[in-house]
Design a protein around this ligand. Sequence first.
Ligand code: C2E
Ligand code: CA
Ligand code: CA
Length: 730
Amino acid sequence: MSLKSVASTHHGAAVPAESGGSTGGPSVGQGSTETGEFFQAADDYRALADILPQAICRKDEDGRYLFVNQRYCAWVGRASGEIIGKTDFDLFAHEVAQILCEDDRRAFEGGESFPTKYELPGREGVLTHVLRGPVRDDVGHTSAVYAVVWEESGDKLQKHLDLEQEIFLLRALMDTIPDSIYFKDRDSRFSWINRYTAAKFGIVGPAEADGKTDFDFFTVEHAGQAFRDEQEIIRTGRPLVNLEEKETLPDGHIKWASTTKMPLRDAGGRIIGTFGISRDITEKKHFEDQLAHQAFYDPLTQLPNRALFHDRLDHLFRRGRRKGAKPFLFSVIYLDLDRFKGVNDSLGHAAGDDLLVQFGRRLETCLRPGDTLARVGGDEFTVLLEDIASEADATTVAERIHRALTPPFNVNGTEIFSSASVGIALSSTGYKQPQDMLRDADTAMYRAKANGRSRHEVFDSDMHQRAVSLLQLETDLRRAVERGECRVYYQPIVDLATRRLSAFEALIRWQHPTRGMVMPDLFIPIAEETGLISSIGLWVLREACTQTRKWQRRFPQDPPLRICVNMSTRQLAQIDFVDQVRRTLEETDFDPKDLTLEMTESALMHNLKTGAAAIQKLHEMSVKLDIDDFGTGYSSLAYLQTFPVDTLKIDRSFVARMKRDEPGQTEIVRAIIGLAHNLGMEVTAEGVETAEQIEALQALNCTRAQGYFLSYPLPAEAAEALLARDLPLF
Ligand code: C2E
Ligand code: CA
Ligand code: CA
């Protein structure tokens, strides 16, 4: 019994296989437009399908027949017109249909082709092979299932059939695979491509590529390279494996592919062409590019990062070292945003980020296309200027940068004025290592910052010397206090009404074992930067109180001798600052009323929150507060008034300009004194160097004076001698 009879037992008359299709053409084109399209797209398959000795069909997701070949019609025993659009349940016994449908489902959902063997009910003794696989559309969705059916009869013919079967399956497989597969002749003309390749080329079907070459589908460059590769394979017989290629398609799309190309040989081993398989790796490539971008670019500003900058700089160094290289000059510029922290602290990090981005954009406008601008740290940028003619080229860029930064930035509607300190290093200094050049540009930048910001400095070797010696100084400073290298000097402060000494200002000195006397202007900034100021400041306070207490006992006066001690910003910010002062006073038996702490305006401004509380507590302890260097900061007097300030110390720069030929300057001092008195504060003039200044200050009702004219800062013994003499100081 044949399957035909299985079907016929349910559906009546069987149709002879030969009449399954019309004689004029394939029977399967009728009934379904989709099948029609399929065959239009692949003419060769239509013929192939009907010649094949296997039964072939295609079914949609619901199991409805879309296409059958002649052999299939014969197998079922019906004409194609009776099959298309029907399901197995219409054609076979229920039991049979159920078995077939279940496996169709598997093929549809499984995504892989697979073989099955049945001994179908009613076909005992005959093995029915069905090979199924999904049919995918161009985007990879399974749209249908194909099935190839043949029966095993023990016939010798079967072997031949198996071979044809294999070829068919191979093609079916190649057409469902989402990779490009192609065969080419010795002249690199396509002899066969799979459907995926056809879709990629934008042609209707694979047949359209016959006889064409890569030049018809790619750019000349790409096609030329492919042609050369293939000719090489044909010449040598050596394959090209996993070659990464960039492909520019006709519509301008760029794709990346990993391609393997092999020689194609005939049965005699002669090379008759090539074949290749290439996989689209565009997405992988994008991902890799993204990773590479992340490794070398700053995500905030999209500028090159430190790693990439180093890389470019390194490249220039290597170029310079190459034998016979023409000498060339390049420059590294190091930039640091002035007062960036303030923006971050007051307006928030989002605003800070915004400023950095805008800052980067402006810097870009100052450079030539070949220059590299990188963000190398929070608010630090570097520029690499290649091939410049002279140092002047680098300083010109720096000047351009300062100009570009002059207009305010608009951050969330707030106008922010920013500037940068710029350090420049030139390759003519003769660097061996890129990092040395960067370090020097950095050093020069610090110099620029120290010299008053918003300026640039070109690195010179003196600077290096200074930098090295500062570093050494820092190391030495750590041990200075414990080794007893520090001294306190005492400079008299004189009451202008009584002409007598009313207080000393304690001024630290460092007796360095090899450098001699080091002045505080040099090491106090280092102490502040390193945090050493806390212990140094405390030591000065203790020393000054101890000494002054001794003098108070020995030379009693009314009011008692006062001591003025300088406090730096960092100390005020310390949480236990007030406790430390209180303890020191207790331990030295010093009356808090006789202590004055001197703080600059900026020290106060920097610590508005913590500082205000500390100052209030000190005030409650009766410790007095003086504003040091008054007039050099930016604060308004009205603002300072919110602190319990006792005395303003007019900065010596104002006093120095109080000369007969600079009457305007005297007016400034007069205004400060007037204002201070109105606010209930007293005034000490610093840096008094002449009798003339003393007279003028007396005339202006200034409370006290301090300066070389009255006395230099003195070591304790000399200060004591002065106290002992007890004479008017002018
Ligand atoms: P300052 O607080 O303004 O101290 C006054 C400075 O002016 C002292 O410099 C003093 O020697 C100098 N001076 C006094 N009279 C005259 C004069 O008539 N003409 C000129 N041109 N200068 C005069 P010094 O001792 O070198 O101290 C410099 C700065 O170092 C001080 O300025 C102060 O800010 C800081 N400093 C000194 N000792 C300490 C300390 O123990 N702790 C802290 N935090 N800072 C200190
Ligand atoms: Ca002072
Ligand atoms: Ca001062």
